[in-house]
Ligand binder design. Structure first.
Ligand code: NAD
Length: 333
């Protein structure tokens, strides 16, 4: 099956090429992001392979369907960027890659917690300038601290295990509590209680209409003064403007982000020679107690290989049977 791969980076091509060997799929590697304007590049392809910041709104999907595309294979677990209603109406099958490596994301999340706490990012820069002073680098023992995990799916459970290993008490919130998190040491509590009791709050739920701005002004006011907030899930889970105010007031003591509400125009690109016009991002970056990475939590060799392998299996299912096990159905939103 001929598939147009949008937002292709060299590492995508390397891993997809390896996985496609023998699967009989012809991949057309395209650097541009998928948008209504670039959809025409998929002409002659039966399928499109897209990533997290590709635009899969109704306009793009219509443009793809008009050009003969029948299937969308996402290289991501999250599918919040796909208009599933439009896809269903257009008869487009959509598949994702669930649970390719919860370890990759959970471990990156732990790295953000550790770096923010011990200010490793600042220490690194200081030592390079031969500034060996410790002023301002004081951290705290993780042992004995309370960590709040919002969303106890694959990644949340993995992160629970890691933090329990540090000797943290783990509180969890999930509308669908699971035994695995409890077995890993988490105690389920209501979200408000989690926010009020946690020294560190980490988000591991999907972005849906219900979770949009889950961390808003009111919920930030419930957090412990000086608490750490970490978001490795999706940017729009937090109201960024409210978070900036929370940082200014000191309610939020540390902020770790791997995702950002308006990341689509920034992340995955080298913009180091450009002035970016996003004042909110620049404000966030200016805080000494904020650490931002550019949506790299998934980025381990194991995870990227698993994404490529599952994407090929999804395409094979679509080609052979017209559907695949990882298909995202409208009723799941
Ligand atoms: P998952 O589907 O296994 O788990 C998600 C959990 O969130 C489920 O248990 C679900 O019940 C829960 N949930 C749903 N609504 C909730 C709410 N309102 N409050 C609290 N919990 C809620 O997903 P996963 O594999 O653990 O991934 C979690 C998220 O991580 C994904 O949706 C994706 O957005 C993000 N992610 C980010 C990266 C990255 O590179 N930064 C990589 C992969 C996934």
């Amino acid at each position: 099956m001929r598939t147009a791969v949008f937002s292709t980076k060299p590492y995508d091509e390397t891993y997809l090429r390896g996985a496609a060997e023998g699967a009989g799929h012809e991949l057309l590697y395209l650097e541009p992001r998928l948008t209504p304007d670039t959809a025409a590049l998929a002409a002659g392809c039966e399928a499109v392979c897209a990533f997290v910041n590709d635009d899969l709104g109704a306009k793009t999907l219509t443009a793809l369907a008009d050009r003969g595309v029948r299937y969308i294979a996402l290289r991501s677990a999250g599918f919040n960027h796909v208009d599933l209603r439009a896809a269903a109406e257009l008869g487009l099958g959509v598949a994702r890659v669930p649970g390719y490596s919860p370890y990759a994301v959970a471990e990156h999340c732990a790295a953000l917690v550790l770096a923010l706490n011990r200010k490793t990012h600042r220490a690194y820069n200081r030592v390079r300038e031969h500034n060996f002073a410790l002023n301002g680098l004081l951290g705290f023992d993780l042992h004995g601290r309370t960590v709040g995990v919002v969303g106890t799916g694959r990644i949340g459970v993995c992160f629970t295990r890691i933090m329990a290993g540090f000797g943290c008490r783990v509180l969890a919130f999930d509308p669908y509590p699971g035994e695995e998190a409890e077995a890993a040491g988490a105690e389920y509590v209501p979200l408000e209680e989690l926010l009020a009791r946690s020294d560190i709050v980490s988000l591991h739920c999907p972005l849906t209409p219900e979770t949009f701005h889950l961390v808003d002004r009111e919920r930030i006011a419930l957090m412990r003064p000086g608490a750490m907030l970490v978001n490795t899930s999706r940017g729009a889970l937090v109201d960024t403007a409210a978070v900036v105010d929370g940082l200014k007031s000191g309610r939020i003591g540390h902020l770790g982000l791997d995702v950002y509400e308006e990341e689509a125009d920034l992340f995955f690109e080298d913009l180091s020679d450009q002035v970016i016009g996003d004042d909110l991002f620049d404000r966030l970056s200016a805080f000494p107690n904020v650490l931002i990475t550019g949506h790299q939590a998934f980025f381990t060799a194991e995870a990227v290989a698993a994404i490529a392998a599952t994407t090929m299996a999804n395409l094979t299912g679509f080609e052979r049977d017209g559907f695949c096990g990882n298909q995202v159905a409208l009723e799941r939103t």
